[in-house]
Design a protein around this ligand. Sequence first.
Ligand SMILES: NC(=O)c1ccc[n+]([C@@H]2O[C@H](COP(=O)([O-])OP(=O)(O)OC[C@H]3O[C@@H](n4cnc5c(N)ncnc54)[C@H](O)[C@@H]3O)[C@@H](O)[C@H]2O)c1
Length: 393
Amino acid sequence: MNLHYHPVLPQNRGLAIALCGAGGIVNDAHLPAYRKAGFKIAGIYDRRREAAERTAARFEIPRVYESLEQLAADSHADLIDVAVPATENLGIVESVAAAGKPMLLQKPLAEDLDTARRTIEVLDRHRVIAAVNQQMRWEPGVRATRDLLDQGHLGDLFNIAVLVFVDTPWHLWGWLMKKPTIDVLYHSIHYLDSIRFLTGQEPQSIFCDGATRPGYDTPGETRLTLHLRFAGELRATILTNHHAAYGLEGQQAEFRVEGTEGAAIRKMGLLMNYPCGVADAFRFTFRNLTPSGIGPPRDPTMGAPASVRPTPATSMMPLRSGPTDSAMPAWVNLQFPETWFPDAFVGPMSSLMRAVSGEIERPETDVHDNLNTLRLVFAAYESIRARQVVSLP
Ligand SMILES: NC(=O)c1ccc[n+]([C@@H]2O[C@H](COP(=O)([O-])OP(=O)(O)OC[C@H]3O[C@@H](n4cnc5c(N)ncnc54)[C@H](O)[C@@H]3O)[C@@H](O)[C@H]2O)c1
């Protein structure tokens, strides 16, 4: 069958990227992903010059900038990719926005809503096309699930659950351990953004309870119960505990998306058994899925069956199908060659490049859209503080 899950790459691959930040995420995800996609890198800047030089040598980047000003002025650089702590974003935007170059900023855009809005005001004043690196939207399982939803296979979406019980070594990020806002702002923000992407809707209210493990030395939350209420019967829940330190056996990291006609379940192996991870998995079922393929679509107005879709698609063979008994639905298990890190990092940059070239009106994770994700993040903290459901007007 055919399932669309790859990012749409820009037609023009000639745009060159100037990077600001040469830390962990740039080395482990941005640059490996851009290399795979064949994107051009013009140069790199980090306030620690030695870090920029190391990264430049590793990824054959032609230029190490002396300053942000030099980066912004580089005539060979078409767009700027910023991956530094969120507290630096506004200052960097203020320094480089006048150059008018499109920008991709790492998540979270800011640590409070007011700063996020001010950052966007500066970008807007200089007419800068800008997006946030909420790349989980391009995680292969998220994209594939969205395609199943778009094709109508799962029917009416009514439930999303994100279940994460892992052993996250927060102490490796000493700066993060000291913050009063950890899981929602730095981790579950990905789930909130992906839930918005999968549902295509904004929730009406949110409840969140945050806590940590007894005796864990942090002012922030490392465990969550977060519930989003949408119109009608649609609900989404995020449950996390980052202290599941009983070996792999006791760990789980998955999201499940359920509709009236079927369901998709994604195991996010990357989050388990840190730092090695385990293999991802993806399985789905729906009413018209027969062991030999897909039956006619539920509703003829939804278009042709996936197997004869005329648009380019990726073909995958199911690794294993479920029982053939008609009383029991068949399940398809798929193994994608790509993973969240680094492959999903191609998505936000492709989307920005496509917007710059006029292929799409605006990047998918445009800064203005991202305000709606941040709105959920800060409403979650309001709910934690007030111990109440918070309405989202
Ligand atoms: N999935 C994801 O999208 C994901 C994953 C990890 C980190 N992040 C985000 O990426 C950002 C960077 O994370 P990291 O893990 O690479 O951190 P890091 O500490 O490893 O690297 C940050 C780098 O930024 C540099 N820097 C700081 N301020 C600067 C400034 N004003 N100008 C130039 N350079 C500056 C530092 O010298 C450092 O090299 C953070 O905002 C983090 O939340 C996102």
